[in-house]
Design a protein around this ligand. Structure first.
Ligand SMILES: *Cc1c(COP(=O)(O)O)cnc(C)c1O
Length: 375
């Protein structure tokens, strides 16, 4: 048998250490995509390895209805770091599931059905989350999807405040669009959504699956714009490479969420990984480090690439370089000739989401490589 969803790359990765990956020949690659933002602490971080190794010998799984100390500890840690006013959490296994729950909870808590999403937004691939994802390519083969989803232009205050009405269950939006090309939202746009949803009794869902956990220079990107959502979703880097998602909710959502569950929710092994990941990010002030290195990286990119590219944008260590020719060829050259792994965001954007632990030398390395490739 063979897998069929992923087209496999021509490199076999056998080991990871910090910001580096190693292939079966022992060649070293700088992982400037953190494998889709999934390893904010870098590969094989001791704090996570120790936490899961200890938990592994005690208990890997028991059904979610039994309390376990490590999950309680994770709840407490999440409670300490969640934006003020967000007190409840539902744990699951991935980003799409965190959003799926958010959409369900919003419908149950509001009694409304309409969901508003944004052009170029990405929220996952299960049927509900997929219905709020913009790209037709991801949706067409599976239609019909959820009814009553309306897309508005990302950043258009008038359009979104007009769309939010008395039948709106939720607005789901990324504080910085990732997959859609690294597009930071203006604070005005976010504040307008916050005001209009509050007024209409609708839920504001902020999808921080990619922006969260320190990447944009704050633990949560919404702290940068001073907006607290009703529901905040997290995943990707939350377990530093182990599968976990979280739907963080205000009380009014959690009080009437309907009926929801998932077998592996909050399982002890993965809870240990997430607990260690969040604690390390906050104990080591990695959001501040991400802000500093991110600013340095963007400055160096601008100095090196200048008008050879269309745009350089982002927040902290979530950086997009809009190029004049296809991003994929550049990514291929980066990997093969310079041993740097990065990501696309659409056809024309090279996306950098490095581990938060990188230093200036790592930033210089990718800037130098891109300078040689892009003419
Ligand atoms: C990756 C991503 C998702 C989906 O997460 P999965 O774990 O792949 O299901 C949802 N929202 C955003 C913003 C993402 O970047």
């Amino acid at each position: 048998m063979s897998g069929f969803v992923y087209s496999e790359k021509p490199i076999e990765i056998v080991e990871g250490d910090g910001p580096y990956l190693y292939d079966d020949n022992g060649d070293e690659y700088l992982d400037m995509g953190a494998s889709y933002a999934c390893v904010p602490l870098g590969h094989g971080h001791d704090s996570v390895t120790d936490a899961i190794t200890t938990q592994l010998s005690d208990l890997t799984y028991v059904q979610g209805s039994y309390p376990v100390a490590v999950r309680s500890q994770l709840y407490e840690t999440l409670g300490n770091v969640a934006p003020g006013g967000i007190e409840k959490v539902w744990l699951c296994n991935s980003g799409t599931e965190a959003n799926e729950a958010a959409l369900k909870f919003a419908r149950a808590a509001t009694g409304n059905t309409k969901i508003i999403a944004t052009v170029r937004g990405f929220h996952g691939r299960t049927m509900g989350a997929l219905s709020t994802t913009w790209k037709d390519k991801y949706k067409d083969p599976y239609e019909p999807l959820l009814e009553n989803v309306e897309f508005v232009q990302y950043g258009d205050v008038d359009a979104i405040t007009t769309a939010i009405d008395g039948n709106t269950a939720a607005v789901i939006v990324e504080p910085v669009q990732g997959e859609g090309g690294i597009n930071p939202a203006s604070p005005n746009f976010m504040k307008a959504i916050r005001e209009a949803t509050t007024e209409a009794g609708a839920a504001l869902i902020l999808d921080e699956v990619q922006t969260g956990l320190g990447r944009t220079g704050k633990l949560w990107a919404c702290e940068r714009i001073d907006v607290v959502p009703d529901i905040l979703t997290s995943a990707k880097g939350l377990g530093n490479g182990l599968p976990i998602g979280a739907t963080l909710c205000r009380d009014w959502i959690a009080e009437e969420y309907g009926d929801h569950a998932s077998t592996f929710s909050g399982n002890p092994l993965i809870s240990a990984a997430a607990e260690a990941t969040i604690s390390t990010i906050t104990d080591e002030d990695l959001p501040i480090h991400a802000a500093e290195i991110g600013t340095y990286l963007q400055k160096q990119l601008e100095a090196e690439l200048g008008d050879r590219v269309r745009d350089i944008r982002g927040e902290g260590l979530m950086v997009g370089i809009e190029v004049k020719r296809g991003a994929n060829r550049i990514l291929q050259e980066l990997a093969m000739n310079h041993r740097v792994l990065a990501l696309p965001a659409g056809r024309t954007v090279v996306r950098l989401l490095p581990p938060l632990i990188i230093d200036k030398n790592h930033a210089d390395h990718v800037v130098d490589a891109l300078g040689k490739i892009i003419d």
